[in-house]
Design a protein around this ligand. Structure first.
Ligand SMILES: Nc1nc2c(ncn2[C@@H]2O[C@H](COP(=O)(O)OP(=O)(O)OP(=O)(O)O)[C@@H](O)[C@H]2O)c(=O)[nH]1
Ligand SMILES: [Mg+2]
Length: 282
């Protein structure tokens, strides 16, 4: 599918600056927590972070697990563990999951991190934009100190925050300069890691509907109340959404632009159910 996709690229100056900041600050931490999106655990890993973080121990936090398929999340965690990485699935918005997060960080620190005498371990939080880095930090702080908003590019500079057991370094989200694989770029666009105004929302929404239709036709048919025998392209599905929601232009033409926004918002809010777009792969 990826060959026909229009290229998406978003790497503004502030991201290049963040990459340099990460490379500099890595010497001031004992460990790295890479927050990835449980719906796209492959596409949301930043390939440049591997290099920038060098040999510093890394834990993967599969955040937004409340929006992902539970069975696939378990399989992804198994894969990370089998590769020797600490990994945990998390709903960063659910305060009752703090205990689980602290326990995972404690055991990660015990097993992998070289501690400084009488000092709290310093952990740098990195990841793609909008994945929930600041949310997870606020969970550890037990209060909303780091700025959180539902759009990419909210955190703009580094911020040190002190939790009971750890010193936390919140960082701006960062992507990479060129996507070698357009399906990763599309996955990041679906889930809200890329700013909506740098890609064609209709094209991306069509691609998402087509993917959901191919992956689980029955679930999408039920959600969109499609007839059993209907075979639909992404664009036909988008037109259907527009008609169903009454998004019509003059002359009764489906307003597919408005429908595209609604489809992407629905996915991000979990209205299509729990969806994981990538099977475990390394
Ligand atoms: N459903 C769900 N939403 C979450 C979760 N974690 C964070 N969010 C939401 O995701 C959005 C982005 O959260 P942030 O914490 O600002 O993300 P960030 O990674 O710090 O973003 P940048 O600073 O822009 O890179 C907010 O609307 C959060 O409420 C989660 O586990 N589940
Ligand atoms: Mg942030």
């Amino acid at each position: 599918m990826s060959e026909n996709r229009t290229k998406i690229n978003w790497f503004p100056g502030h991201m290049a600056k963040t990459m340099r900041l990460i490379a500099y600050e890595i010497r001031n931490v004992e460990a790295v927590a890479e927050i990835i999106d449980a719906r796209i655990p492959y596409s949301s890993q930043n390939p440049n972070l591997r290099r920038a973080c060098g040999r510093k121990p890394r834990i993967f936090i599969l955040n937004k697990a409340d929006l992902a398929d539970e069975q696939l999340t378990r399989e992804w965690i198994k894969l990370f563990t089998s590769k020797g990485y600490a990994a945990i699935a998390l709903n960063g918005k659910k305060s009752s999951e703090k205990k689980k997060l602290v326990a995972a960080l404690d055991s990660f620190v015990d097993d992998h991190v070289r501690k400084r005498a009488n000092e709290k371990p310093r952990i740098m939080f990195v990841g793609v934009p909008n994945v929930g880095k600041s949310t997870v930090i606020n969970m550890l702080l037990g209060q909303n100190i780091a700025k959180v908003e539902n759009r990419p590019g909210v955190t703009r500079g580094k911020q040190w925050l002190s939790a009971d057991r750890f010193e936390l370094l919140d960082m701006p989200g960062v992507l990479w300069e060129k996507f070698s694989d357009m399906s990763s770029a599309y996955n990041l666009a679906y889930t809200g890691a890329i700013r909506d105004d740098v890609f064609d929302m209709e094209e991306v929404a069509c691609s998402l509907l087509q993917e959901l239709y191919t992956a689980s036709p029955q679930a999408l048919k039920t959600r969109l109340e499609l007839e059993e025998e209907e075979q639909s392209t992404g664009y036909e599905l988008l037109e259907l959404v527009a008609r169903q929601r009454g998004f019509l232009l003059r002359g009764g033409i489906p307003d597919t632009e408005k429908a595209a926004k609604a489809v992407l918002t629905d996915l991000r809010d979990g209205k299509f159910g729990r969806v994981t777009l990538e099977a475990p792969r390394w």
